[in-house]
Design a protein around this ligand. Structure first.
Ligand code: PLP
Length: 488
């Protein structure tokens, strides 16, 4: 075969600066219009619902159309059919409406595609990651020896932290010998499922996760820790760590971190905090008390995409003793690094699962650089205030009850007019959530607590108002009454 030096014109087209300029401007205009429309309490639902089959048909139609569609038309379709987090009636799962500046940083990140596995493959991204981790550690109240990494999500950060815990606390060299002892950790029964999953990934099996019961506020009953620990040790288990939740996902309950820290110190255990959702409270002088004792942990995971307005995924995993972060993965990859044993902060892949990784730090940094920590302080305070306000409205309404008094922006409640049997309450709450999100402009979710269905909101849009929350309750009450009167 002859070698061919011609470039197929389509390749020039793909990388054509002028078409990028045109499409890019159109897209930004469109996104700005979208943002504007969202801020005006649109009559559109937060989630324009299509069933899975309908949605598949919609996109099959898109694909089947004659080629040559403008990319902006595709983006418009995505905007129309996706869930709208910038809608002030969005109060569903825990993910924040992205700050536009951080989304622009995301565009730069995607465009440059700096891989970051090694320093040379992403110098600015590497240094910004380091700065962001250091700033986060400081905001958390750690000293100068604290350090860590950014990871693709809280799930991965928690697994990484637990691998570090094992590397530091296990007596044998697990990385070489394998996980041969019956290792275990203690965690509240309300912890996120990813902790359970991490334990199983590490090969500890279901015996490796010891679930400590919670109190009526769904917080770990820390007074039970010694008993559970003794029982595990008596059964031959090697307990290595305790995981505290700050906060739990379902109910937004914060474990007593100081009590857990105390226990871990006594028993020489690793203390990890799953602060995926709530560790961001460190940015709010008003709500910082919720995570009192956080700085006593050996490691803390905190999602920037839950309570910091940063586009997903971006998580900080901070270690009180930064040097421990180098012990997680002892594996040699000599072709990437020259001196494996050295603690090179600037070769990030030594300490993370990811090899190629996107510039998570840039998204966070762009927000901090533009608005300072004041932006985060205002946001975290506002959304938690909204949680408190909504809690008060619910408590004052005769037809609703709270599962617990909300402490942050997660609020669990149910429609429960007097005299209705539990079976009816089950049905009515499932029904009104369905009707609310299909027929009205709000989006909320459901959860099951102690075998009862509750409505659940995460107030994550800082521009949601008291009037929005009042309207939400009014609608739910009307839907509830309709359901009950239709049934009787
Ligand atoms: C959301 C959440 C997680 C999972 O984090 P991802 O970023 O979604 O992987 C873990 N723990 C808690 C408490 C959470 O709220």
């Amino acid at each position: 075969m002859e070698t061919n030096n011609s470039v197929d014109p389509i390749l020039h087209k793909i990388y054509d600066p002028e078409s990028f300029r045109k499409t890019g401007h159109e897209l930004i205009d469109h996104l700005a219009d979208y943002l504007q429309a969202m801020s005006q309490r649109p009559a559109t639902p937060v989630m324009p619902y299509l069933s899975p089959d309908q949605a598949r048909e919609y996109w099959q139609d898109d694909w089947d159309q004659e080629e040559g569609g403008e990319p902006v038309d595709l983006f418009r379709k995505i905007l129309r059919t996706g869930i709208h987090l910038h809608h002030p009636h969005y109060a569903g799962h825990q993910i924040s409406p992205a700050a536009p500046v951080a989304a622009l940083a995301g565009l730069v990140n995607d465009f440059l595609n700096n891989g970051m596995g090694i320093y040379e493959m992403g110098i600015p991204g590497t240094v910004l990651e380091h700065l962001v981790v250091k700033m986060t550690a400081q905001a958390m109240g750690f000293g100068p020896e604290a350090d860590g990494v950014l990871t693709s999500g809280g799930t991965l950060a928690n697994l990484t932290a637990l691998l570090t815990a094992r590397a530091v606390k296990a007596e044998e060299r697990v990385w070489e010998a394998g996980s041969r002892q019956p290792y275990a950790l203690l965690v509240s029964e309300e912890a996120h499922y990813c902790v359970d999953r991490a334990v199983r990934i590490m090969g500890w099996g279901s015996e490796g996760i010891i679930k400590v019961p919670v109190n009526e506020r769904f917080e770990m009953r820390t007074e039970l820790l010694p008993g559970y620990w003794e029982q595990a040790v008596a059964a031959g288990k090697k307990v290595l760590a305790v995981v505290g939740s700050a906060c739990s996902t379902s109910t937004g309950s914060f474990d007593d971190l100081t009590a857990i820290a105390q226990f871990c110190r006594e028993k020489d255990l690793w203390f990890h905090i799953d602060g995926a959702h709530g560790a961001a409270c460190v940015y709010s002088s008003k709500y910082r008390r919720l995570v009192a004792g956080l700085e006593l942990a050996d490691s803390v995971a905190m999602d920037f995409h839950k309570m910091c307005m940063v586009p997903a995924l971006g998580t900080a995993l901070v270690y009180r003793e930064g040097k421990n972060s180098y012990r997680t993965f002892a594996q040699k990859a000599q072709y990437l690094w020259n001196r494996q044993e050295e603690e090179e902060w600037h070769n990030l892949a030594k300490r993370t699962f990811e090899c190629t990784k996107h510039m998570i730090g840039l998204r966070v940094y762009s927000l901090l650089r533009t608005y300072g920590t004041e932006g985060l302080e205002a946001y975290v305070t506002r959304v938690n205030d909204l949680g408190g306000l909504f809690g008060e409205l619910i408590a004052a309404h005769p037809d609703f009850e709270l599962a617990l008094v909300p402490r942050c922006n997660i609020v669990c409640f149910r429609y429960a007019p007097e005299g209705q049997p539990e079976a009816v309450l089950e049905q009515v709450n499932q029904e009104i959530r369905e009707r609310l999100v299909r027929e009205h402009t709000f989006y909320i979710v459901r959860t099951v607590l102690q075998e009862r269905t509750f409505l659940r909101t995460t107030l994550t849009n800082a521009l949601t108002t008291r009037e929005d929350l009042e309207e939400l309750l009014r609608l739910l009450a009307t839907l509830g009454r309709d359901f009950l009167s239709a049934g009787s």
